[in-house]
Ligand binder design. Structure first.
Ligand SMILES: Cc1cc2nc3c(=O)[nH]c(=O)nc-3n(C[C@H](O)[C@H](O)[C@H](O)COP(=O)(O)OP(=O)(O)OC[C@H]3O[C@@H](n4cnc5c(N)ncnc54)[C@H](O)[C@@H]3O)c2cc1C
Length: 215
């Protein structure tokens, strides 16, 4: 395991972090989950700062045969692993942007629900986002995603247009209706089981659809 950690650390950008000291506040904060039932303590927590860092982490883990789980908002019991593996904490890689021409939003890594909604507010737009402020956007959309807006705009998964994911071979793959389209339908219906999703592109809607210009 130490050889894997050394090899991985050498490939990561300086802004990324590999946490191994379980007593530090950073390790504890990263491992905190919505419920502490069944939370396991990994050998290390990797906090990649960029997309290439995520790809490198998956590639090194696959090469060394080390089990890993991604973590975004930490609302499930499934984003932890024991001493045999590592957690890839996506909270250092986040952000969302609205494409002016299509009004679609691209949401990266560990972006949380409220962070997405706050970024859309200046544009007076909303998405099929739930009201759990600290739920991870990507796992929510991959898991179906039900919100108060569902009768108007459907489930989160209905609003998923494209994605980028790192597959089991450690390849970064573009997913859309025209590229690897089978994977798009897989992500829409069966969520987290096809790779580590580094970003998603989703539909957004004007506040006027809610009958309330203030959102
Ligand atoms: C308080 C609370 C409120 C909720 N509200 C709603 C709601 O209103 N509507 C709704 O539909 N659901 C809701 N949920 C359920 C929630 O959407 C799911 O549990 C979701 O998977 C949590 O995502 P997370 O990032 O917070 O959790 P995490 O534990 O970080 O991740 C959840 C799962 O996704 C995996 N994962 C994380 N990031 C990625 C990634 N980038 N690529 C691939 N896999 C990844 C993890 O390994 C884990 O298996 C709620 C849950 C809680 C606890």
């Amino acid at each position: 395991m130490e050889a894997f950690i050394s090899s991985l650390t050498a490939r990561l950008s300086p802004a990324s972090k590999v946490l191994q000291d379980t007593t530090t506040s950073e390790f504890k904060a990263s491992l905190a989950r919505w419920s502490d039932i069944d939370v396991r303590v990994p050998y290390a927590i990797v906090r990649p700062a960029g997309e290439q860092d995520i790809v490198s982490t998956v590639q090194e883990a696959v090469k060394a045969g080390i089990p890993f789980v991604p973590a975004s908002g930490g609302h499930s019991p499934w984003s932890t692993v024991g001493q045999e593996g590592i957690v890839i904490d996506l909270s250092r890689y986040k952000g969302s942007s609205l494409h002016p021409e299509t009004s679609e939003a691209t949401v990266k890594g560990g972006t949380l629900m409220k962070e997405l909604e706050v970024s859309l507010h200046p544009h007076k737009r909303f998405a099929a986002a739930g009201n759990g402020n600290t739920v991870g956007v990507i796992p929510y959309y991959l898991g179906g995603g039900i919100s108060i807006y569902r009768p108007l705009i459907g489930f989160g998964s209905d609003n998923l247009i494209a994605a980028k994911l790192v597959n089991a071979k450690g390849e970064l793959v573009d997913v859309s209706e025209t590229e690897n389209s089978n994977l798009l339908w897989a992500l829409r219906g069966a969520g987290q089981f096809f790779g580590l999703v580094t970003e998603i592109t989703i539909k957004t809607y004007p506040y006027s659809l809610l009958g309330n210009e203030e959102g």
